[in-house]
Structure formats: C-alpha cells, structure tokens
Design a protein around this ligand. Structure first.
Ligand code: CA
Length: 168
C-alpha cells in the first residue's frame, strides 16, 4: 500500500503539532526511545500529512515552517532525522543544509522538493544531504528511506516503524 501525497486532495486532519518558535523548548522525547524527526516545510497541508504519518510510524515529529526555525531547533536538542523542503519562504533549503553542515551538525537529512532537476539533486547531495525525494512522492518510500538512514544512525536498534509489511 502506498499513499501518494496529493497537493490538490482533500484537506488533512487538523495539525496536532506546534510551530518551532524561537525560544521554544525542544519537544523531542528522548526518554520515549522514539526517533525525533523534524519536518521543515512551509506548506501546512504537506507538513500536517508528514507529521501525522511519522507519528503513526512511531516517531516524535516536529514541524518547522521556516529555515530559521529549523536551524534554531537543530541547534537546541538532538534530532535523528530532518526532512527538508528546498522551497522555503525565508531562505532556500539548500542554505539551511549548508549552515547545518557548516556548524558540524551531521543529522541525516532527506531533501524533499518539487524541483526534480538533476542539478538540484546534485546540489542537495553535494551540500551534505543524505537522500533526495522529488514531489509528489509515496509516503511508503519516504518511510523506507527514513528507516534506511536510521539504520545507519542506530545500527543495533530495532526499526522504529517495523518492517514495511507491518505498516497499516
Ligand atoms: Ca515549500
């Protein structure tokens, strides 16, 4: 089963998450043992879909709608994964990635963008992105790529969301 992100589809359920604002405490729950993922995406509908999906798959999911908020959050608490949209209102996602890596942050980053040109993929990976997904993408593929990156990060841990055949 694969759910395809549909920009023109019906409205997703209300977004049960908080913006990451300057000064807000990190919401990652390290005691839960669940991996913390930060969704950097300015489109609330897309962010809602991703946050809800990650939570259903056993992640602690937070949302940052702006690049500045994403950098702030990344600098204030451990994240296990960042899903980064390139098209952000305040700065390009590639700039977010460049600043993250320049600061020494090695959190795995999946770059997600509607720009599917080869140049964009190459630039994203050259800047330190770990993976790349073009919109529209299947949520199942995003989960699979997330699991693959987390296996690298936590090789001895059980996958947070279990094998694909147990997804529902
Ligand atoms: Ca965007």
């Amino acid at each position: 089963m694969s759910r395809i992100y549909e920009p023109s589809g019906p409205s997703p359920p209300a977004l049960h998450t908080e913006h990451v604002e300057h000064g807000a405490p990190p919401a990652g729950d390290r005691q839960s043992g669940r991996p913390a993922v930060l969704i950097v995406e300015d489109e609330a509908r897309v962010a809602s879909f991703l946050v809800k999906g990650y939570r259903q798959h056993g992640y602690e999911a937070e949302w940052a709608p702006l690049g500045a908020a994403a950098l702030h959050r990344a600098g204030h608490g451990v994240l296990d994964l960042i899903v980064l949209d390139l098209g952000l209102p305040d700065m390009d996602g590639s700039e977010v990635l460049r600043r993250l890596r320049t600061s020494g942050d090695q959190t795995p980053v999946i770059v997600v963008t509607a720009r599917a040109h080869l140049d964009d993929r190459v630039a994203a990976l050259d800047l330190g992105g770990d993976d790349f997904l073009a919109k529209p993408f299947s949520f199942a593929e995003l989960m699979a790529r997330s699991r693959a990156l987390l296996r690298t990060r936590w090789p001895t841990r059980k996958d947070p969301s279990g094998p694909p055949d147990q997804e529902r």
